[in-house]
Write a new protein. Sequence first.
Length: 80
Amino acid sequence: GPGTPYQRVAAKLAQVPIWIVHGEADAAVPVDESRRMAEALRSIGADVHYTELPGVNHDAWTATYGSASIMRWLFEQRRR
């Protein structure tokens, strides 16, 4: 969320596969927050996917959990 020290958090998550999904029209959490986190992760070579949902407000989870490709990716992940 707002105020997050992106680079410090990204360094802690560098080895974790991440898929960020954010509604482009989110009125609760600005989409720029997820954009910055995705960029911080990419800048250190982390395995990050980023999906921005056009016109979607804060309810990004409906589309996320309804996505066969995201669910398939999620269940392919294994502890390293």
